[in-house]
Design a binder for this molecule. Structure first.
Ligand code: UDP
Length: 261
């Protein structure tokens, strides 16, 4: 984690505490101008919970230059700890900003991840939405992304921005394992964002987001996400005041903290 911004730790993960505008103007734009490298993780409660159970993943997240608070659960947890975070910074919004900024300034983007049809369509949509966008390359996420020939193709394309949409853990793992091969680049895991960009999946309507029910919207559309919702629920048992109290009454928090020790 770079020391540029104050950070707020939530369960051993140091979140960058700033606003979207400041983050973009003071970190991302200079990084691109100076052809440096930057690894960004956008973390929600599921990611934080995953770091508790997977030491290697925890190290990976901790090795990022910036962990951005993506998810209202992180904002609530930080507030409850008495160390509020300035602003929620959503990965999908950062991605759109990166695409717009790249198109305006001639930076190239490599798109890795999602199903072939979704990846292809996402790139088409990005070109349509951001005229002039330079696409350094693209690959769906079900090929062997550790294959040397593939990695060399990405490295030799010298992309300025590398968006990796493989779902949490896999995408951060790919970045961790390959970032050293590159001389420059803004690397970010973007989860299901290509599916949203391509229209394969829909982002929750703003009313759901306003009422902090984005997770419920996604669960209704993809019932397979129930495990993730359970993980986010566990996070809330540990962090959201009223739910935390219920957790205490049912003995959840006590047993978790004993386990932790
Ligand atoms: N994905 C992929 N390769 C894989 C596993 C997943 O390309 O081996 C893609 C998947 O098609 C989807 C995205 O990764 O586009 C994961 O989306 P999800 O919404 O689950 O992301 P998360 O919530 O984990 O950030």
């Amino acid at each position: 984690m770079t020391e540029q911004f104050r950070s707020v730790p939530v369960m051993d993960i140091d979140f960058t505490n700033t606003t979207m505008d400041v983050f973009l103007n003071e970190t991302i734009h200079p990084c691109l101008t100076q052809a440096q490298k930057c690894f960004i993780v956008t973390a929600n409660p599921e990611i934080v919970m995953a770091t508790r159970h997977n030491a290697r993943f925890k190290e990976t997240v901790q090795s990022a230059d910036h962990v951005l608070p993506d998810g209202i659960g992180i904002i609530n947890a930080a507030k409850m700890q008495g160390t509020p975070i300035d602003e929620r910074i959503c990965g999908v919004d950062v991605m759109h900003h990166l695409l717009a900024h790249a198109a305006e300034n001639g930076y190239s983007v490599f798109f890795i991840g999602a199903q072939e049809a979704s990846n292809k369509k996402a790139v088409e949509k990005a070109r349509e939405k951001y005229p002039g966008l330079i696409v350094a390359g693209r690959s769906h996420g079900y090929a062997d992304l550790y294959d040397e020939a593939f990695v060399r193709t990405v490295v030799e394309a010298k992309p300025d921005i590398i968006l990796v949409a493989l779902g949490m853990m896999k995408q951060e793992g790919w970045i961790r394992d390959h970032i050293d091969r590159f001389d420059k680049g803004v690397f970010m895991g973007v989860g299901g964002s290509f599916d949203v960009l391509s229209g394969t999946a829909k982002r929750a309507p703003s009313i759901w987001i306003r009422f902090q029910l984005e997770w419920l919207y996604r669960l209704i559309r993809q019932p397979k996400r129930i495990i993730r919702v359970v993980k986010a629920g566990q996070f809330m048992l540990l962090h959201v005041p009223i739910i935390h109290k219920i957790g205490k009454v049912i003995g959840y928090n006590k047993s978790r903290s004993r386990k932790k020790r």
